[in-house]
Design a protein around this ligand. Structure first.
Ligand code: PBE
Length: 307
């Protein structure tokens, strides 16, 4: 069995940077098994992971929450590595293949929890906030301009496991549009409830914005599939950063989004633009944010990062 603690480096800045195998021991200094065990028991978590927390895109609310956690728990020597959701999951996948330690910023719903054995680190100071909801927001005037699309967006609501199903299909190789179409086909009861009594459109164009987070790729594609296949709209998806997503909505460039995590994660964005969009309420409940590690790591709380 590989000793995942023998490399002090755990350089998990991206798959490309990873050094395969356990190559970081000094030459000729292969430790005796008892020394390895000692190292395993005593090496600080920070040393094991190079004092790095693997983050996602800088505009994500999760990054802001992580910075707050790093202050709250006084993680002074630590670095939050910026990247993307994709780079984060690539680093996580690679670390788990090699049974190495890693700390990532994570959220639920996400396929990572179905695919890997992971745990959230306890957050006794509450830096990551309470569980919250994902809201659907639309531009001012959508109700008057596209009442049918508006009605459906108002009704759209599903569960974390629905969303995870779509995410897993995408992970397993389906294109997002294909995974979304299949889900719509396979879940007529849910879909029919959303569209009951709504008249189809006449191929009017709509623009939905989203950020390339795996959860929002899934939800936005499902909404597009329903609007196009069931309600005869022509939907353009605009993949942007978090800031421009909200600003586009407030400007009226974007008709709607299903990606607003509230009341906390996207509070900054939403408060600045208050009154310039309409909140159609919750489309998913049961979310969570935090620091996530493989279950084989022997830590349980963010407080342990200082030990
Ligand atoms: N996330 C997790 C969003 C909302 C919570 C990555 C999907 C974000 O961090 O802004």
């Amino acid at each position: 069995m590989k000793k995942w603690l023998t490399t002090g480096i755990a350089a998990v800045m991206g798959v490309a940077l990873l050094i395969g195998g356990c190559s970081s021991q000094s030459p000729g200094a292969t430790p005796a098994p008892d020394q390895v065990n000692d190292a395993k028991n005593t090496a600080k978590v920070g040393e094991q992971v190079g004092y790095k927390i693997i983050g996602i895109d800088p505009g994500a609310g999760l990054m802001k929450a992580t910075k707050k956690a790093m202050e709250d728990y006084q993680l002074k020597d630590w670095e939050l590595v910026e990247g993307s959701g994709t780079a984060m999951t690539a680093a996580l996948t690679k670390a788990i293949q090699d049974k190495k330690p890693i700390i990532v910023t994570g959220w639920t719903p996400h396929w990572m929890f179905s695919k890997f054995d992971l745990k959230y680190l306890d957050d006794p100071k509450g830096s990551f906030g309470k569980d919250e909801e994902i809201h659907t927001l639309v531009r001012t005037g959508l109700k008057a301009d596209h009442p049918n699309a508006y009605q459906f967006l108002d009704k759209f609501e599903w569960t974390p496991s629905d969303m995870e199903n779509v995410m897993l299909e995408i992970l397993n190789g389906k294109k997002p549009e294909e995974a979304a179409s299949d889900w719509v086909k396979n879940n007529p009861d849910k879909v029919n409830k959303w569209i009951e009594g709504i008249q189809p459109g006449a191929k009017e164009k709509l623009k939905l914005a989203y950020v390339a987070w795996d959860s929002e790729i899934a939800s936005t594609n499902v909404v597009k599939a329903v609007l196009e296949q069931k309600l005869n709209y022509d939907v353009e998806l605009s993949q942007v950063e978090a800031g421009p997503m909200f600003i586009g909505l407030a400007n009226g460039d974007v008709d709607g989004l299903v990606a607003a995590w509230l009341p906390t994660t996207h509070a900054d964005y939403v408060e600045k633009l208050k009154g310039k969009f309409e909140d159609l309420g919750v489309n998913l409940s049961g979310t969570k944010l935090g620091l996530v590690v493989p279950s084989y790591m022997d830590i349980h709380s963010i407080e342990d990062l200082n030990k």
